[in-house]
Ligand binder design. Structure first.
Ligand SMILES: Cc1cc2nc3c(=O)[nH]c(=O)nc-3n(C[C@H](O)[C@H](O)[C@H](O)COP(=O)(O)O)c2cc1C
Length: 319
């Protein structure tokens, strides 16, 4: 399956984001123009041990397709097992392997970005996962520039993944050491695009049409957007309007309120009221940024315990 074939421009891709890009947000972003979405990262070990919550995290709706399931781990056999199991359960449009997560808990287990220290293991992981999936199902990896500024080995790691049979690579143009600080390095994305035979998705700091244009100049085959979508799922349709030389949509307060309600209702379809409210709060805070009295509104939102209370708070927002 060539998930890029339907797109004349680089597809707009919602980044994998643990704790944020769940079913509700993925559907919302698709409704606002995202072409492809990634799941939150899923522990291959938890799949191996049949953890029910993990299968829940990996489940998705037909409205979310094309969706790529992202797995993380360090052992080729466990990752291959998880990829095969998840594929046979839900038939995602691709399986991605997380090689960029900078979080200490993950890296100290040899997972996420720690894999970049070992290009031979990257090769082994990708080739094992490739072997267990049908040939038309893409296998991809998501990497960073390297562990730190002294070890920016993204080209070597990406070449290992390509040799192992990866169909495409997403590069977040920062090192693990940088976490989310500094600026994403688009020259690195261009360098990778110029080096690899397979497709390259560019990622990092796309928050508006200008940053989109800058990333597209690298020649990347897809544009992945993460934090720029928080409180602003409109970013996808605005980039599409920009491509057509149309003016951006500037949603009114009422339209933002409707988007928040839509987001909450979607979350309630997939999660219990308590969980849905807790997990939607972070998003609601982002929608409310820049609103008059947003700090106190956010405090109220964080304390709301029922949908009714939350709706009352949002409804109290003045135009
Ligand atoms: C809250 C949060 C959760 C994230 N979770 C994941 C994840 O599960 N897997 C992954 O590969 N990257 C994850 N990332 C990294 C993003 O996919 C992306 O690479 C990063 O945010 C840079 O893109 P941006 O500047 O457009 O946000 C996460 C980022 C954030 C902010």
């Amino acid at each position: 399956m060539n998930i890029f074939k339907d797109f004349t421009n680089p597809p707009l891709i919602l980044a994998p984001m643990a704790g944020m890009a769940d079913n509700a947000f993925r559907i919302l972003c698709k409704n606002h123009g995202a072409d492809i979405v990634y799941s939150e990262m899923i522990s291959a070990k938890a799949v191996y041990y049949n953890d029910a919550k993990t299968f829940q995290l990996a489940s998705f709706d037909s409205k979310e397709t094309p969706l790529i399931l992202q797995i993380f781990g360090s052992e080729p056999e466990i990752l291959a097992y998880a990829a095969k199991k998840l594929f046979s359960l839900s038939h995602p449009c691709g399986i991605d392997i997380n090689m960029g997560c900078p979080v200490h808990k993950i890296v100290s287990n040899g997972e996420g970005c720690a894999l970049m220290k070992n290009p031979a293991l990257v090769y082994e992981i990708v080739s094992r996962v490739r072997e267990v999936l049908p040939p038309d199902i893409p296998v991809s990896v998501k990497i960073r520039k390297g562990i730190d500024s002294r070890t920016e080995n993204f080209v070597q790691v990406a070449l290992s993944a390509q040799k192992g049979g990866a169909d495409f690579i997403a590069l977040h143009g920062r090192t693990r050491e940088q976490m989310y600080s500094g600026k994403a390095d688009y020259d690195a994305i261009k360098q990778l695009k110029d080096t690899l035979k397979i497709k390259v998705i560019g990622n990092g700091d796309v928050v508006c049409t200008e940053s989109y244009d800058n990333l597209v100049k690298t020649g990347c085959d897809g544009v992945m957007i993460g934090r720029g979508s928080f409180g602003n799922p409109f970013i996808f349709e605005n980039i599409k309007r920009h491509r057509q030389n149309l003016p951006p949509l500037t949603p009114s307060v009422q339209e933002i309120k409707e988007t928040i309600f839509n987001h909450i209702e979607l979350a309630l379809k997939y999660k219990s009221e308590t969980v849905a409210l807790r997990e939607t709060r972070k998003h609601i805070s982002c929608y409310l940024k820049g609103f008059h009295g947003s700090a106190s509104l956010r405090n109220l939102v964080n304390r709301a315990e029922t949908k009714k209370e939350l709706y009352e708070i949002i409804n109290s927002v003045k135009d």
